[in-house]
Ligand binder design. Structure first.
Ligand code: CP3
Length: 343
């Protein structure tokens, strides 16, 4: 059976591109909210394989997306490293902020395999329930984005603590980057071995890294992650998503061995189609808020993307996660528009 998602990621251009949406399993779906309400603690929800698989498959059943992304969270890595991660309603994630790299235990990265075993179990179960023409995506935060949460102890706008650590010369930042990179590698290997067909690295706050440090903080860790995966026999393709780095995408594509790259809605899609290397599959770019508006403006924005990438391999997606306010009919409209095109 062909899998148009995996074919596209290996470089084949499809007349009708594969589609999935970041955060497709989430609060805009009433059936998600119902399962979510049965498990008040968000981490316990993520670590319940039956429930995680149920919500992972909800958007596939409803919209027939070409890929499922396992229901989990990037903050499970710091949780497994004993950073006391909790989700406070109305406030978002809270962690015990790291004061020094010595706050981490040497064997914290060894805990990934044991403490995150339920994610592996969910992937195996999900793969067995998902039809073979759909891809299953496993994911992790990229090290920088995880570090911002570990140092700030919460979501942040400007990440002052993390950026101060970066400019400090006492090597603590590089040690932390190294430890979190190792943990990320272990988490991705666990997911690949459990049944993920594709791996995605979310660097949601890459935009906050000074361009001066991009190589050290954004590119090098991703390069090490993928090279280590390959060395350890993991063959699954990897999609990188360095959100908000603009022209830095050129160096990202050049210096990291990613198979696909996620584009946020700030990137000019025509520029990306023309300037990013041909062997890299492009993914994303539609502003998630266009789905709230729906109608002709959304349709025009979708057409604009489809036309710009017409002669490249491309996975249709948003520039960031779908928002809870999104009306379901607009998601059906989006699918009808993309899949209604001749294949
Ligand atoms: O459908 C999917 O995309 C798969 C699941 C997924 C979740 N989080 C579930 C989730 C994925 C891929 C993520 C990644 C994630 N988590 C990122 C990177 C992507 C991005 O959006 O930039 C980040 C930064 C996080 C950290 C995180 N998790 C935040 C900031 C929040 C919001 C907290 C809040 O209260 O709104 C979460 C919680 C979270 N993760 C939700 C979901 C569906 C919403 C919480 C809920 O249902 O109560």
């Amino acid at each position: 059976m062909t899998n148009i998602f995996l074919d596209t990621l290996s470089g084949t251009r499809k007349q009708t591109p594969p589609v999935w949406l970041m955060r497709q399993a989430g609060r805009y779906l009433p059936e998600y909210r119902q399962v979510r309400a049965s498990e008040p603690d968000f981490i316990s929800f993520c670590l319940n394989p039956e429930k995680a698989v149920e919500v992972t498959l909800q958007p596939i059943d409803k919209f027939n997306f070409d890929a499922a992304i396992i229901f989990s969270d990037i903050l499970l890595v710091p949780w497994a490293m004993n950073r006391n991660v909790r989700f406070i309603p109305g406030q978002g994630p809270v962690l015990n902020p790291l004061n020094s790299v010595d706050d981490l235990n040497e064997n914290d990265t060894d805990q990934i395999k044991n403490r995150l075993a339920p994610v592996a179990e969910a992937l195996t179960l999900c793969r067995s329930r998902l039809s073979n023409d759909k891809a299953l995506i496993g994911f992790s935060g990229a090290p920088w984005t995880i570090i911002t949460y570990m140092l700030e102890g919460q979501s942040s706008r400007d990440f002052p603590t993390a950026r101060k650590w970066m400019w400090d010369n006492d090597r603590q930042f590089d040690m932390l980057l190294d430890i979190v990179t190792t943990a990320t590698i272990e988490f991705l290997i666990l997911q690949a071995q459990a049944g993920a067909d594709v791996l995605m690295l979310f660097d949601s706050w890459a935009s906050a890294v000074p361009a001066h440090f991009r190589q050290r903080v954004v590119f090098k860790p991703v390069q090490r992650i993928i090279e280590t995966l390959r060395g350890r026999g993991i063959v699954q393709p990897v999609i990188g998503f360095p959100k908000g780095i603009g022209e830095g995408l050129l160096a990202y594509c050049d210096q990291t061995p990613v198979d696909g790259v996620g584009l946020d809605h700030g990137v000019d899609i025509a520029w990306a189609a023309k300037n990013l290397p041909d062997h890299i599959t492009l993914q994303g770019n539609l502003d998630p808020l266009s789905l709230i508006a729906g109608g002709p403006l959304m349709h025009r924005a979708i057409d604009h993307i489809l036309e710009a990438v017409a002669d490249r391999s491309h996975i249709f997606n948003l520039g960031h996660g779908i928002t809870p306010e999104t009306p379901e009919p607009h998601v059906h409209d989006l699918m009808a528009q993309i899949q209604g095109r001749a294949s």
